[in-house]
Design a protein around this ligand. Structure first.
Ligand SMILES: Cc1cc2nc3c(=O)[nH]c(=O)nc-3n(C[C@H](O)[C@H](O)[C@H](O)COP(=O)(O)OP(=O)(O)OC[C@H]3O[C@@H](n4cnc5c(N)ncnc54)[C@H](O)[C@@H]3O)c2cc1C
Length: 543
């Protein structure tokens, strides 16, 4: 007997996002987490713009912003010899309020619908937990450890341990969102490939109430100290908490190191401290190929430079979610779940490459450090100038990866009507270049639908209702599209035509018709339906 449609293991941000989206799509799922409750441990602190667009569609962007860093706080990045001396490099980045104004005034689709949001993982997880606990179809079980599973053609049986007792649960599908040490990935015998254990740092979380208001060089989110210890001070969402990363011998050294970093004699408390390692790894496979799927850190581990780890995992969750929901609703064909690994593994690989690119940039400017950097001598001045010159170029790689965040597209997916030569391992892909830094809006099949304001000041993305299924954007009302509706109806797939008589949007999107799937990625575009609309509907729905 089936106890739940989808068993999700791991209530990190990825498992919670998957549970929320499945629950909102009406799928019955059970989320198990070995911890008794979310922990007050620092990790990620920035949801990127794409993740915030995803949360907007789920109706969560407002509550995430309310819980996160206040909208007026700058997101500037500083590279300094000390936080009380003039910075070597100051990279200003807009506060959320400023970014929202810029988005409101944007006219060319180059900006996302939502800006980024700084929110600490220890704030985001309880927030998402409270959301999923309210969803009728979602059962949430903290303090429950997943032990192992058996898979058969009809489903998965997992053994769970709660306190002293072990129980079994039967599900149609198993989603391993169980983090970097993923027991599910290990049981499947899937290797991680790439570079592991590149550098070990210590990270500690502090409460220091006065620091934010007192930093004389200006308010920001990141303060990199140009020293031999890779010291890096990060503002957390409350503005009263900070994390510090540094290469030091022992946990207890992080107390003195924080005091040294903040220079000013301010009261503070170190809340916790631990070691973490830098990795650049991607799993060979994203699941068993039939009933077990892996998402998030379970399949990709990257250096936080660029902040792509959780954000890539949330993208995995959203891709997997609608495909599971469609398969369970019986309108999704076999290619739908098959495409999960094809679509998301390439994004994982690109995100790891982007993280490598950004962290190489950071290593490059850090390599310019010399022991005389603080000396009041011509040699000291030269060291500072050299480091600043390189950092002004290289540090931007970490903070300006909009192309990696918004511009990714799915190449060689069986669900995407690729144009020109089909992008597969065998044939070259002729779509737009993947670019980590620049985001070039496009409706090339496989991309995220760019954000465009309509004349009535609504956003195209908002006009596509959550849970709508497929949407055909029609910018020329006289195009006959009835045959496509009929083709989707044969599968019972939800489909709607959205008429948008808006010339500017038409010009930006470049085509009269754009077919968008439930996760806002473009399936196909054209000026008239293809000769065989049934084939397009079959492809889009995975048949
Ligand atoms: C210092 C630092 C800064 C970072 N900054 C950013 C950032 O700004 N932006 C960003 O996008 N990413 C960032 N990251 C990366 C981000 O934290 C991770 O990518 C993210 O936590 C991955 O989420 P996840 O849900 O996949 O895995 P996790 O957060 O690791 O969650 C996995 C969950 O599974 C549970 N679990 C494991 N095994 C079992 C089991 N057997 N039974 C039950 N439960 C189990 C674990 O307890 C855990 O709660 C940062 C990481 C670090 C270390």
């Amino acid at each position: 007997m089936i106890d739940t449609q989808v068993l999700i293991v791991g209530a990190g941000p990825v498992g919670l996002t998957l549970a929320a989206d499945l629950g909102l799509r009406g799928v019955r799922c059970t989320l198990v987490e070995q911890k008794e409750a979310p922990q007050f441990l620092p990790k990620m602190e920035r949801c990127n713009a794409r993740t915030m667009e995803i949360f907007r569609r789920m109706g969560l962007a407002g509550s995430i912003r309310a819980a996160g860093l206040p909208a007026h706080c700058p997101m500037d990045v500083f590279i300094v010899t000390s936080i009380v001396e003039p910075p070597l490099v100051h990279l200003p980045y807009p506060s959320v309020a400023e970014a929202e104004k810029a988005i409101a005034a944007s006219t060319d689709a180059s900006m996302p619908l939502e800006p980024y949001q700084l929110i600490s993982q220890y704030t985001l997880e309880p927030l998402l937990k409270s959301v999923v606990e309210k969803l009728p179809g979602v059962t949430v079980r903290y303090g429950t450890e997943f032990l192992d599973f058996t898979e058969n053609p009809n489903g998965v049986t997992a053994r769970l341990r709660n306190g002293g007792s072990t129980t079994e649960i039967c599900a149609l599908y198993l989603a391993g969102c169980d983090g970097g040490a993923s027991p599910i990935r290990k049981q499947l015998g899937i290797d991680l490939k790439g570079e592991g254990n590149l550098l070990e740092l210590r990270q500690a979380l502090y409460r220091c109430d006065e620091l934010y208001e007192r930093i004389p060089i200006g308010k920001g989110r990141h303060y990199h100290i140009a020293d031999a210890r890779h010291t890096f001070l990060i503002l957390q969402d409350s503005t009263r908490h900070f994390t510090l990363h540094a290469v030091v011998e022992q946990d207890c050294d992080m107390v003195a190191h924080f005091a040294k970093t903040i220079v000013m004699p301010l009261p503070f408390e170190m809340i916790n401290c631990g070691a973490w390692r830098q990795n650049l790894l991607v799993a060979d496979r994203y699941g068993s190929g039939s009933r077990v799927f892996l998402a998030g850190d379970a399949v990709h581990l990257m250096i936080p430079t660029g902040g792509l780890g959780m954000n890539t995992g949330c993208g995995d969750a959203i891709d997997l979610s609608w495909k599971l929901a469609a398969t369970l609703a019986r309108w999704g064909g076999p290619n739908l779940l098959k495409s999960y690994e094809i679509e998301r593994r390439q994004v994982g690989e690109r995100a790891v490459a982007a993280s490598r690119f950004a962290s190489a940039g950071r290593r490059k400017w850090r390599s310019m450090w010399r022991p005389d950097i603080r000396d009041d001598t011509p040699e000291g001045a030269q060291t500072r100038a050299n480091l600043a010159r390189i950092a002004d170029v290289e540090q931007r790689k970490s903070n300006e990866m909009v192309g990696a965040e918004l511009g990714y597209r799915y190449v060689g997916s069986p669900l995407i009507a690729a144009e020109a030569t089909r992008g597969t391992n065998e044939a070259p892909d002729e779509g737009p270049q993947h670019n980590f830094i620049d985001y070039v809006p496009s409706t090339y099949p496989g991309v995220r639908l760019p954000h465009v304001w309509l004349e009535d000041e609504t956003a195209v993305q908002d006009r596509i209702g959550y849970g709508h299924g497929y949407t055909l954007l029609r910018f020329a009302g006289n195009r006959d599209v009835a045959a496509l509706g009929g083709a989707f109806a044969t599968y019972g797939a939800p489909y709607a035509v959205l008429d948008l008589p808006d010339q500017r949007a038409r010009d930006i999107y470049g085509h009269d018709l754009v077919l968008v799937r439930p996760d806002m990625h473009v399936v196909w575009r054209g000026n008239a339906l293809p000769d065989d609309p049934a084939r397009l509907a079959a492809l889009a729905t995975g048949h």
